[in-house]
Design a protein around this ligand. Structure first.
Ligand SMILES: [Zn+2]
Length: 422
């Protein structure tokens, strides 16, 4: 499928007025109020992750300031000005992609252009996307215009990298930070669109699509579009997980259980890694997903159960709770630290080769399994404490019984008692 086909929904449902914008209430309210009171400034800077609505709101603002019949603080979308801006034919609203127009010459042209009065509109609007891409010279040239802007001009600068914008530019702009759209809001938005499009979609499938969209409305809609095509219009959880390569939950749950079980044999422990390797999966992604799941598990064990926070749908959260009801969060933390260590080492060693990554993972899992099999220092101290209490209170005990009860629950061959080491 082509890129263009992916964008049909994103284009169809691109907000045309402020009230259709998903999230970003702060920026929307401030801009509406300013427009209502005729107090739109000469330069704005919108910063935030991709697909959060920066250029969408810039276009709505351009329509609003030039609309001939604004209604309830919104552009009418019907007058000559609104229509020409919507179909991209307005000579007074220019969108510039700074990624491909980053030189001083581009900005010089713009400075020349700025001087002229608008052709038809009240304000000339320049929307400069990815403005952080401008060269230092181009920024300087832009700054001169921002310092003495003609009254008829409105600049809207948009960037995904606020830290790369010079302080001098920032001080000339009113800045709005656009936040990533929360998962539950994205999921509801997708559901709403599916209803309007009469597409059957499971809630959990939409959860995974929204999660993959990572706060971006545009990306979420693009994944929804792909999912609709892939599932032939019946968007089920299984198919969607296949398509977007969602977390193989069973595989990781099995792996954690094996790590926690001292009786696990080495070949069983590394089997999931082999399987993923044979399937041609990216093992660095394998480590990252594992880390992601351990984070989720850790939150669940600490009583956090909000799907949008944990990053898993309610059914999976319930499964984690059930499977690890008696697990010690401290041991999950040990696994998390070890897996994090694997990731850091894979990065430091610049392991591009999947085979090398596989060897590293296998060895670390083995080491981790051994470590988890040993009693922890706090565990031993607790036991000693119990023993001391028993002596104080004159309760009869035998060392062998204690070891038997506390460590293994079976008869002990003294030569197999684990080495105490932290
Ligand atoms: Zn209008």
């Amino acid at each position: 499928m082509t890129e263009v086909a992916h964008l049909v929904l994103a284009r169809k449902y691109r907000p045309r007025v402020f009230k259709e914008v998903v999230e970003q209430g702060l920026a929307v309210t401030a801009l509406k109020n300013a427009a209502d009171h005729g107090r739109i400034g000469s330069a704005y800077l919108f910063s935030g992750a991709r697909g959060t609505g920066k250029t969408t709101i810039a276009r709505i603002l351009a329509k609003r300031v030039n609309c001939l019949n604004p209604k309830d603080s919104e552009p009418c979308c019907e007058c000559e000005s609104c229509v020409s801006i919507q179909n991209g034919s307005s000579l007074d609203v220019q969108e510039i992609d700074a990624a491909s127009n980053r030189s001083i010459d581009n900005i010089r042209d713009l400075r020349e252009n700025v001087k002229f009065q608008p052709m038809n509109a009240k304000r000339k609007v320049y929307i400069i996307d990815e403005v952080h891409m401008l060269t230092p010279e181009a920024f300087n040239a832009l700054l001169k215009t921002l310092e003495e802007p003609p009254e008829h001009v409105l600049f809207v600068l948009a960037t995904t990298e606020l830290n790369k914008i010079p302080e001098t530019i920032l001080s000339r702009c009113q800045t709005f930070a656009f936040r990533k759209v929360p998962l539950n809001i994205l999921q509801n938005h997708l559901k709403d669109i599916c209803n309007r499009e009469k597409i059957k979609a499971e809630d959990e499938a939409l959860f995974w699509i929204a999660r993959r969209g990572d706060g971006s409305v545009r990306d979420s809609l693009s994944f929804l579009e792909q999912s609709i095509t892939y599932t032939e219009g019946n968007v089920t959880t299984g198919k969607v997980k296949e398509l977007i390569g969602a977390l193989p939950l069973d595989l990781y749950l099995g792996l954690i259980q094996m790590l926690l079980d001292p009786k696990t044999k080495f070949p069983d422990l590394v089997e999931p890694v082999h399987r993923r390797f044979d399937e041609g999966a990216d093992l660095r992604r394998f480590i990252w997903d594992f880390l992601d799941l351990l984070r989720a598990l850790s939150h669940v064990l600490h009583g956090v159960e909000r799907p949008e926070f944990v990053g898993l749908p309610p059914t999976d959260i319930a499964r984690l709770k059930e499977a690890f009801a008696s697990a010690d969060p401290a041991r999950i933390q040990v696994i998390f630290d070890a897996v994090h260590n694997i990731m850091t080492r894979a990065q430091t060693l610049r392991l591009e080769n999947s085979y090398e990554t596989r060897v590293l993972i296998e060895m670390e899992l083995l080491r981790l399994h051994e470590k988890l099999g040993r009693p922890s220092l706090s565990f031993v101290l607790r036991r000693l404490d119990r023993l001391a209490n028993a002596i104080d209170q004159g309760i009869p005990f035998s060392t062998e019984d204690e070891i038997q009860k506390t460590f293994l629950g079976t008869m002990v061959d003294p030569s197999t008692v684990p080495v105490l080491e932290q």
